[in-house]
Design a protein around this ligand. Structure first.
Ligand code: ADP
Ligand code: MG
Length: 255
């Protein structure tokens, strides 16, 4: 029996490539014959729609699992892609951040739910919302490691100390085995020097934690979600598909 490796994709900044990385890393791992569960814990539900699931078809979402104690097995949906399942999010989850506050064991709800399904998968990838609230804390508490996407842009490192501080607090109080899986640089525009400078700065800060694979800016990656398809199915020959495939291999190689 295998025990899934649980990776939370987190950065409280919006628009850095969390969802794109969750969907496409998940789909590429699945293509490499890994059994993958994607967990969408962002009320925007972009990972849910990104794998082609219509929110109107969602019976139970991650909200029901962490707030209403619905069994995770009842909420997981097939994505239509081989080896790839989804625990969906809908806008209902927007209330969870506040509803969790007075709840007993509020930080460990997702972790407990995941325990029941861990032996069914090789990887569980959690897409976090753009905040450091209780939903992200639930993800970090449930995870073996956190993957941090950083956009190759000005102010790339801004706000990271807050994120790392949250990681340290979770390590101290909730999940002593949480590791920083790595930093993935995203949306590199090779035509500018700025991106190269950012890469240098991030490498100085995170050293060997930075993945060799750097995700380029690729228009096919931004089109794929509106077709409800991960890039490896939408345009397998694109640079975006190649780079997420490379990242998936690197992730497998690090285990
Ligand atoms: P987050 O989940 O961190 O808010 P997203 O993954 O949703 O970030 O990305 C923000 C926007 O940038 C989306 O419109 C997405 O399609 C686009 N995007 C993400 N990565 C790339 C990329 N490598 N190339 C081009 N567009 C990208
Ligand atoms: Mg997102």
């Amino acid at each position: 029996m295998s025990n899934a490796r649980v990776i939370a994709i987190a950065n409280q900044k919006g628009g850095v490539g969390k969802t794109t990385t969750a969907v496409n890393l998940g789909a590429c791992l699945a293509t490499l014959n890994q059994r993958v569960l994607l967990i969408d814990i962002d009320p925007q539900g972009n990972t849910t729609s990104g794998v082609g699931i219509n929110k109107a078809d969602v019976k139970y979402c991650v909200y029901d699992v962490i707030i209403n104690d619905v069994a995770m097995a009842d909420a997981i949906m097939p994505s239509g892609l081989e080896n790839l399942s989804l625990l969906p999010a809908t806008i209902q989850l927007a209330g969870a951040e506040i509803e969790l506050v007075p709840t007993i064991s509020r930080e460990v709800r997702l972790r407990r739910a995941i325990q029941t399904m861990r032996n069914q998968y090789d990887y569980i990838v959690i897409d976090c919302p753009p905040s450091l609230g209780l939903l992200t804390v639930n993800a970090l508490t449930a995870a073996d490691s956190v993957m941090i996407p950083i956009q190759c842009e000005y102010y790339a490192l801004e706000g990271l100390s807050q994120l790392l501080n949250t990681v340290r607090l979770v390590q101290k109080h909730l999940n002593t085995s949480l590791e920083v899986e790595g930093v993935v640089l995203t949306m590199l525009d090779a035509r500018t020097n700025l991106g190269l400078q950012v890469i240098e700065d991030v490498k100085k800060f995170f050293r060997d934690k930075v993945y060799k694979t750097i995700i380029p800016r690729n228009v096919r990656l931004s089109e794929a979600p509106s077709h409800g398809r991960p890039i490896i199915h939408y345009d397998p020959k694109s640079r975006g598909a190649e780079s997420y495939m490379e990242l998936a291999k690197e992730v497998i190689g690090r285990d």
